[in-house]
Design a protein around this ligand. Structure first.
Ligand code: SF4
Length: 269
């Protein structure tokens, strides 16, 4: 039997461009990131520490969370290529702290989070032909949110240049990840997800802005119905056959975002 371990947070990328996903996660190809992506990592580190402190009842100020953001941005492990974005570290700090402060002061108090970036129990998917995929890891950048009526849902923070459009968070392209997180949460806790998924978008380009968007039926898209296979079945086919399809129409099909770009014969130039 062959068991392939896959981090849950990478799973959604499989449905964007499977060929790119195979390059990174099975063939070990690496891409350098830009400062804007590093800013995203730093914002998430700051918001996560703030939300976790609220859950644990620890006293942590917005300034403390901003300190975590700045440390993360300057952390040598948070490596990035400064030539990839038209952004200085000073501007990145300003944008990051502004978004973080807005999130902590205006957004976080409206949410009763149960967990932040929860560790999940591995979920094994039998792909047939003695191939098993083991989904592991945490609900990266996502929170479990208890709504006022007691319903439980996944709230995922997404940062980026276009994370907010027309005052709403962009939800397109995030359904597979929310669906995966819903499955993993239910598998790990035995508690049903009963509220729609939610995206909180944090826009890192132009005026810092925060917007919201809902994702319905994300889990059903993953597991399918009696008449319609879900994405898991399509993924199982890919793992069983070893055929990982290209998607040159992906918004991330570019040298900047794809480690396989140079050698990929399917890209559109
Ligand atoms: S270049 Fe485009 S089509 Fe090819 S692997 Fe990368 S994202 Fe996919």
């Amino acid at each position: 039997m062959t068991e392939i371990t896959v981090r849950a947070s990478s799973w959604a990328g499989l449905f964007d461009c499977a060929m790119k996903w195979e390059g990174v996660h099975l063939l070990g190809m690496k891409n350098t990131i830009g400062l804007r992506a590093a800013l995203g990592t730093a914002i998430h580190a700051g918001t996560a520490v703030f939300d976790q402190a609220r859950i644990s009842g620890d006293s942590l100020t917005i300034d403390d969370a901003a300190g975590v953001l700045v440390d993360k941005l300057r952390d040598p492990e948070n490596e990035y290529d400064p030539a990839r974005d038209d952004l200085s570290v000073k501007d990145a700090e300003r944008i990051g702290i502004s978004l973080l402060s807005k999130y902590c002061a205006e957004v976080a108090p409206n949410y009763d989070y149960v967990s932040v970036e929860m560790e999940t129990k591995p979920l094994v998917i039998d792909c047939g032909s003695d191939i098993h995929v083991r989904l592991t890891g945490t609900l990266d950048r996502a929170r479990v949110h208890k709504h006022k009526d007691g319903a439980i849902g996944i709230t995922d923070l997404k940062s980026g240049s276009n994370a907010v459009q027309k005052k709403a968070a962009v939800t397109k392209g995030h359904g597979a990840q929310i669906g995966t997180y819903e499955l993993l949460f239910e598998h790990s806790t035995g508690t049903e997800i009963s509220a729609p998924g939610e995206i909180i978008g944090l826009k890192t380009k132009g005026t810092p802005e925060i917007g919201y968007g809902e994702i319905n039926n994300a889990k059903r898209v993953m597991v399918g119905t009696e008449d319609q296979p879900g994405l898991i079945e399509f993924a199982a086919d890919m793992f069983r056959t070893g055929r990982f399809y290209p998607n040159p129409k992906s918004l991330l099909c570019s040298e900047k975002y794809c480690a396989r770009y140079k050698s990929c014969p399917f890209k559109e130039e």
